[in-house]
Write a protein that binds this ligand. Structure first.
Ligand code: ZN
Length: 194
């Protein structure tokens, strides 16, 4: 079942989500929610979806990056983003630990801010402590695009949107992005818009 994705302006996107208990993780309701969020993010399509984006203030997000999503990027762009396909997985009650590997700046977007994108600086490497869909504790070590996705989704669970972190002068519609900036380097974009 496809769920309705709420857009910026809805209060649920601005409130801290609450932890999910072990009993809740095992419940039919949460297992169904995970399945429905999977269908919703695949349908969008997107690489991540947090529970607040479907109106539920729970610390749960789903992530999946598919080979086909990389089709619009050059090999160079994929390499500089350190982006590679990620299998579907669930993060519950995550705690983010940025690692000392500097920051990287790329355009990112959000299903709750449809039609727009902006450059956001993110930690290049992170460690995330969380539980998976069975309640099993997990430690995720991520870098590059995966680290960006994790930071974006965990922000959602704190009531934060990329709009709060973006370099606001680079904010643009996806149409303009595709026409003018998609194949430019971050330095070129900042020279043009900064
Ligand atoms: Zn988002």
């Amino acid at each position: 079942m496809r769920l309705k994705i709420v857009s910026v302006g809805e209060a649920v996107l601005r409130q801290p989500a609450r932890p999910v208990t072990a009993a809740e993780i095992r419940s039919t309701e949460i297992q169904q929610l995970i399945q429905h969020m999977r269908e919703t993010v695949n349908d969008a399509p997107g690489v991540g979806l947090a529970a607040p984006q479907v109106g539920l203030p729970l610390q749960l997000a789903v992530i999946e990056d598919k080979q086909e999503y990389l089709a619009g990027l050059t090999a160079e762009q994929i390499a500089e983003r350190e982006r590679q396909p990620l299998p579907f997985h669930v993060i519950i009650n995550p705690v983010l630990h940025p690692q000392p590997a500097g920051e990287v700046e790329f355009f990112e977007g959000c299903l709750s801010v449809p039609g727009f994108t902006a450059i956001v600086a993110r930690s290049r490497r992170v460690r995330v402590l969380c539980q998976d869909e069975t309640g099993t504790p997990r430690i995720i070590e991520a870098s590059g695009w995966y680290a960006r996705i994790l930071q974006h989704e965990i922000d959602h669970l704190r009531g934060t949107l990329y709009l709060d972190r973006m370099q606001s002068r680079t904010f643009c519609s996806l149409d303009i992005y595709a026409r003018l900036w998609k194949n430019k380097t971050t330095a070129e974009v900042k020279a043009g818009l900064g």
